[in-house]
Design a protein around this ligand. Structure first.
Ligand code: MRU
Length: 367
């Protein structure tokens, strides 16, 4: 099979089918799933078959295409598209890319003739969003690279140690990644980089997905237990932190995978630069305060169980705590803007402030 560089694409031969990498099974199994309907797309988003803010947005867009393809009786009415749009938007609450992309396609379809042109319009719009996210991530790499290069020069070529949390790589973002884009750019340029990969409990997006991606790209990395970052920073073993985000307010507060806030606190205490990499599609232009960001809570069994491969090569899910101990699963937390050194966007690096963001995005919407 040709090396995959994207986690979602339209089926090359079958109209009305979208293919995705099933991220629940990585790194031990690489399985491609076919999505045939808007319900399939919603389930893929809800179950984290596809995940990561930019990919959730692209999946929402392809979900709208599938809705057009499967309209009851072939009647692609505004009612049907609106109903599908609302259901897609309810699939997960935190990543703002979901509603951004679904609403964008709804506006695109609303005034078109109620015929097959709606299918081709949805296809074109989904493909455009997908390609645009990839391009935004490429630019994030370009703008983030000088930050790493500068540290490499200060360290006289010794490896730059970058800590990251969760997976904000190409699996999460269509291509390049957000947090990983500058890392890949530095690696391509021959700068020595080493990534500390937080395992990212409960679903281990770090140890399963980021480690897999970095390994495939030949980037030096080490998986660490989630609570290790503070110690490493105290020991001078982290030069910078780069994470992604699921929703950033127009004032610079950042929601990202649970545990990000603690890394930001430790970084502040130790004088380690803490950068957040994001495309403008992840900025919520309506929200001023991070505490207004809806935080997803998920099935507590995600905390109680861990999944992995046993010595016989079988994927198994095992219970860790006592049978009856209750658990809670908060998927995200909010890092206040004051803890963020800078935002790395497709338009450049800016302070995590209302003014900084507005200077790069004067129209107050995704570029
Ligand atoms: O629950 P997930 O796996 O969808 O969470 C993903 C993250 O928190 C990522 O760090 C975030 O989406 C940024 S990805 C560009």
């Amino acid at each position: 099979m040709q090396a995959l560089t994207r986690p979602i694409w339209p089926h090359p031969e079958k109209a009305g089918v979208v293919q995705v990498i099933d991220q629940r099974l990585l790194p031990h199994t690489l399985k491609i799933l076919d999505l045939h309907s808007v319900e399939d797309a919603i389930e893929a988003i809800y179950t984290l078959t596809v995940r990561g803010a930019p990919l959730i947005g692209a999946s929402a867009a392809w979900g709208m295409y599938l809705a057009a393809c499967t309209a009851p009786g072939g009647r692609i009415s505004n009612e049907w598209m609106e109903e599908s749009c609302e259901k897609i938007k309810a699939a997960r609450p935190t990543a703002v890319n979901l509603a951004w992309a679904a609403d964008l396609l709804m506006e695109r379809v609303r005034h078109l003739p109620e015929d097959e042109t709606r299918i081709s319009a949805m296809y074109a719009a989904a493909a455009t969003i997908t390609d645009a996210e990839a391009e935004r991530c490429r630019f994030i790499g370009e703008y983030g690279l000088p930050l790493i290069r500068k540290i490499a020069e200060e360290k006289n070529g010794k490896p730059v140690n970058i800590l990251t949390h969760c997976n904000a790589g190409w699996l999460a973002c269509v291509e390049y990644g957000t947090a990983t884009a500058p890392v890949y750019a530095a690696h391509r340029e021959g700068i020595a980089v080493h990534v500390w990969v937080d395992e990212t409990r409960p679903l281990n997006q770090g140890s399963r997905l980021t480690a897999w991606e970095l390994g495939q790209a030949g980037v030096e990395h080490t998986i660490i237990a989630d609570n290790t970052g503070g110690h490493l920073m105290q020991q001078g073993m982290v030069d910078m932190v780069i994470v992604g985000t699921d929703r950033t307010t127009y004032t610079g507060d950042v929601a990202n995978k649970i545990g990000t806030y603690l890394k930001a606190l430790a970084a502040k205490d130790n004088g380690v630069p803490f950068y957040v990499a994001l495309p403008s599609s992840t900025i919520d232009w309506t929200l001023e305060k991070g505490r207004e960001i809806p935080i997803e809570t998920r099935n507590p069994d995600e905390v109680r169980y861990v999944q992995g491969k046993d010595d016989a090569g079988e994927t198994r899910r095992v219970l860790v705590p006592p049978e009856n101990s209750p658990a809670m699963d908060f998927a995200f937390d909010v890092t206040p803007a004051r803890l963020v050194t800078g935002l790395i966007t497709e338009k450049g690096v800016c302070p995590a402030t209302k003014e900084g963001i507005a200077a790069l995005f004067p129209l107050g919407k995704a570029g």
